[in-house]
Design a protein around this ligand. Structure first.
Ligand code: CA
Ligand code: CA
Ligand code: CA
Length: 298
């Protein structure tokens, strides 16, 4: 048989936060942390609701996350008479928004039953959601000049993290050989230097190739995986503009003699003239031979 509501004299002695409308035996056991990253094992965790005493009538529970940081597998459930536990799951919302490493998702539980000890009871729990949007930030990116004598032949970039990581993150720079080069290809951002950052010297390559006045040096920053810190993208691309230093050789254009529209007439005219000249030369030659022959005969 279910107990009646807690007498007010007893309720007055309860610790702060206990819902005096319901039995003190209503407990909600939630995980401390869920992860936004769907690939992490704690992306979804279970919630257990336990009722004590065991109800002799059905108890309906409405479960409501009070912000958008997590979702629950069921918004309502019924704990049947004679049962005293129910489980559901809570999942961190993969929101793509950069937030605090841990940010709260409060969940409210409302109980309805013909048992007055459960009817109207509420519980609340806070599940912390681990952010998945820690980001590598590359600052001071500006164009660099291929000309070794130019003041902007090199540049110093600053690499920081958007938030404090829980461990060291090792970062490798790749694809930088053709258009620009980095003085170092690996660096570490840690819980102590994540906001002061690491300076990265990058220099344009004097490649002796005629290119576009501004052309890209495309590099990739690949970050190590940490079990406790998850990245939206472990491969972050960066484009550095390179200013070309190679002069285009002059192009010699022959003088334009014939207009485009007259081109079709030119070949037959030249051909005809050549044939006439050849014919005329042959005619004159044969005429000379004939005159010579005549003079010999005479
Ligand atoms: Ca987030
Ligand atoms: Ca170049
Ligand atoms: Ca060039």
């Amino acid at each position: 048989m279910a107990l009646s509501a807690i007498p007010s004299v007893f309720a007055a002695s309860l610790p702060a936060g206990i819902d005096v409308l319901g039995y003190t035996g209503i407990t909600v056991d939630t995980p401390d942390i869920v992860d936004e990253n769907p690939n992490m094992p704690d992306h979804t965790r279970s919630i257990t609701i336990t009722l004590l005493p065991i109800p002799s009538v059905d108890v309906m529970v409405t479960i409501t996350p009070t912000n958008a940081q997590c979702t629950v597998s069921q918004s309502t459930l019924t704990i049947l008479a004679g049962q005293n536990t129910a489980t559901l799951s809570v999942t961190g919302t993969n929101d793509g928004v950069l937030e605090a490493p841990l940010h709260p998702c409060p969940i409210r539980f409302d109980f309805v039953s013909s048992d007055v000890g459960y009817n109207g009871a509420t519980r609340s729990a806070i599940v912390q959601v681990r952010d998945w949007n820690l980001d590598l930030i590359i600052a001071n990116n500006r164009p660099i000049n291929e000309n070794p004598l130019a003041f902007d032949h090199s540049n110093t970039l600053l690499a920081t993290l958007s938030d404090r990581p829980s461990g060291d993150i090792f970062i490798t720079i790749t694809n930088d050989t053709a258009q620009c080069t980095f003085a170092t290809h690996t660096f570490t951002l840690s819980p102590t230097n994540w906001n002061t950052g690491v300076s990265l010297l990058v220099t344009a390559v004097d490649d002796k190739i005629v290119e576009q006045p501004i052309h890209p040096c495309s590099v990739t920053f690949t970050s190590s995986a940490l079990s406790s810190v998850e990245w939206r993208s472990r491969n972050k691309p960066l484009t550095i503009d390179v200013i070309d230093y190679n002069i285009i050789p002059p192009v010699i254009t022959p003088p334009k003699i014939i207009e485009t529209g007259a081109k079709l007439l030119v070949a037959p005219i030249i051909g005809t003239a050549l044939v006439y000249l050849l014919w005329f030369a042959a005619f004159k030659s044969s005429q000379r031979r004939s005159e010579e022959t005549e003079s010999i005969d005479k």
